[in-house]
Design a protein around this ligand. Structure first.
Ligand code: NAD
Length: 456
């Protein structure tokens, strides 16, 4: 097997050949990628079923459709995005013109997690290719069937000098991070994000960190509780809660708590039947370790709904628990599973105080019809992004940059922002030669007043 060093050397050479700079090459690479994914849809479905018990519908909606959208958007706009941009030149620089050139970083590394193992490899890759880079992809070893399909797709259409897949765990990750890439795009946990950033400092490599954390969901008093609960249950149980932007904990106005719980129960049943563990549409927990970790977060005395599980199937029933103190285990880490901790509040101030108790979240969801509350929450809480009166879907559009802030990550992508993420903006001032204003040249005696006249 070729070493990571060998692959990267090949990619460096390929990048310097200039092949990736040609816009038509980038477009045809994106078309190839789309066609190959299409050809492999059934293999992807099978692999996602094996790794996560994802249904075809959920696999298509959350893993494939978004990638098709990203590819379509990139192909449509790549000419515009990659064009040099003329900007104004200040009078003090007369006579000159100024441009921003869009330059690929070069050789990028994409490290992906297991929870959306196709989408979280392919979407950043679309950005890397559109911007004219080469890429090394490291899928998660925890979704091995999908990782294999990804490797097949990529190796069927790209030479490894252009896009290569490297498989492996800790040792391979370490070997990758030892190398000098020009950009690292990492999606995963906060803990590993710190390791990646530390490794990147050695080569001063810029990074995007797409991380996670505890994303709150606030439900205000309203006569729309039933539809609120429907959208919440959908977003929380998608991929069995193993979604970076899944609502993690719930701040529910005390007056609507019972009504909310009733609706949650109703929709769990409507979506997944009387016994969700048996539902073909209900995703399993990725492995035993995470299964045990999630179970250990449930305090049996606090269960309001659910609580059952099946160890053989690695499935945990949608479970609602009451939080009596923020010191409880369930509030100590990102849940990443189908557990809904409920905290009741009576005043807006309590909501703010509770959320500020935690790191800046990746997502925030607010269910309300009250515009003042909406304004207050949006103005007073820092978070990556989110929805008003819905969950999750802010990331399913190429128009909204997606990313975290603070501990939930840095940098963003999707649509044009993906292109920008993998692009260096090279600023160029082009001086005209027909005139050469003498002001800046020594000797300076008597010239400062002229300067002062310009820079008032
Ligand atoms: P993880 O951090 O354990 O692993 C992510 C990737 O990093 C994997 O490819 C893994 O092989 C690699 N890795 C593991 N240890 C490493 C090390 N020491 N050095 C370098 N690389 C290493 O995360 P995970 O369990 O796969 O995914 C779950 C986490 O990812 C959750 O916290 C979730 O919120 C987050 N996530 C974030 C987003 C987002 O877009 N912001 C999306 C999905 C998941």
């Amino acid at each position: 097997m070729e070493t990571v060093k060998g692959i990267l050397e090949g990619q460096k050479e390929y990048f310097y050949s200039g092949n990736t700079l040609d816009i038509s090459n980038r477009k045809s690479a994106l078309i190839k990628l789309k066609n190959e994914i299409k050809k492999n849809e059934s293999n992807i479905f099978e692999a996602l079923k094996e790794d996560l018990n994802k249904s075809e519908f959920e696999s298509f909606a959350t893993e494939i459709a978004m990638v098709y959208e990203e590819i379509k958007d990139a192909i449509k706009n790549i000419d515009k995005w990659s064009k040099r941009k003329k900007v104004k030149t200040p009078i003090s620089q007369f006579k000159a013109t100024s441009y921003i050139y869009k330059e690929p970083y070069g050789n990028v590394l994409i490290i992906a997690p297991w929870n959306y193992p196709v989408q979280l490899v392919m979407s950043p890759l679309v950005g890397a290719i559109s911007a004219g880079n080469t890429a090394v992809i490291k899928p998660s070893e925890l979704a091995p069937a999908t990782a294999k399909v990804i490797e097949n797709i990529i190796s069927n259409i790209f030479k490894k000098e252009y896009v290569a897949v490297v498989q492996g765990g800790v040792e391979v990750n370490k070997a990758l991070l030892d190398e000098k890439f020009d950009y690292i795009f990492f999606t995963g946990s906060i803990a590993v994000g710190k390791i990646v950033m530390e490794a990147a400092t050695k080569h001063l490599t810029p990074v995007t960190l797409e991380l996670g954390g505890k994303s709150p969901c606030i439900v205000d008093k309203s006569d729309k509780i039933d539809i609120f609960a429907k959208r919440i249950v959908w977003g929380k149980l998608l991929n069995s809660g193993q979604t970076c932007v899944a609502p993690d904990y719930f701040l529910i106005h005390k007056d609507i708590k019972e009504e909310f719980l009733k609706s949650v129960k109703k929709y769990v049943k409507e979506f997944y039947g009387d016994n969700p563990i048996k539902s073909e549409d209900y995703v399993k927990i990725i492995n035993k370790r995470h299964f045990q970790r999630i179970l250990s977060l449930i305090d049996k005395d606090n269960i309001l709904l659910g609580g059952n599980y099946d160890e053989a199937k690695l499935k945990i029933e949608p479970t609602v628990v009451e939080v009596k103190s923020l010191d409880e285990q369930i509030m100590s880490e990102e849940i990443f599973g189908p557990i809904m901790p409920i905290i009741t509040y009576s005043k807006y101030e309590e909501v703010i105080k509770t959320i500020r108790n935690f790191e800046k979240p990746l997502a925030l969801y607010l269910f309300t019809e009250n515009k003042v509350l909406e304004k207050n929450i949006l103005e007073n809480i820092n978070f990556g992004g989110g929805c008003i009166n819905d969950t999750i879907v802010h990331l399913a559009t190429t128009e909204l940059p997606f990313g975290g802030v603070g501990m939930s990550g840095m940098g963003s992508y999707h649509g044009k922002r993906s292109f920008d993420t993998f692009t260096h903006e090279k600023s160029i001032l082009k001086r005209s030669n027909w005139i050469d204003i003498p002001l800046r040249y020594p000797p300076y005696l008597g010239k400062i007043s002229l300067l002062r006249n310009i820079f008032k």
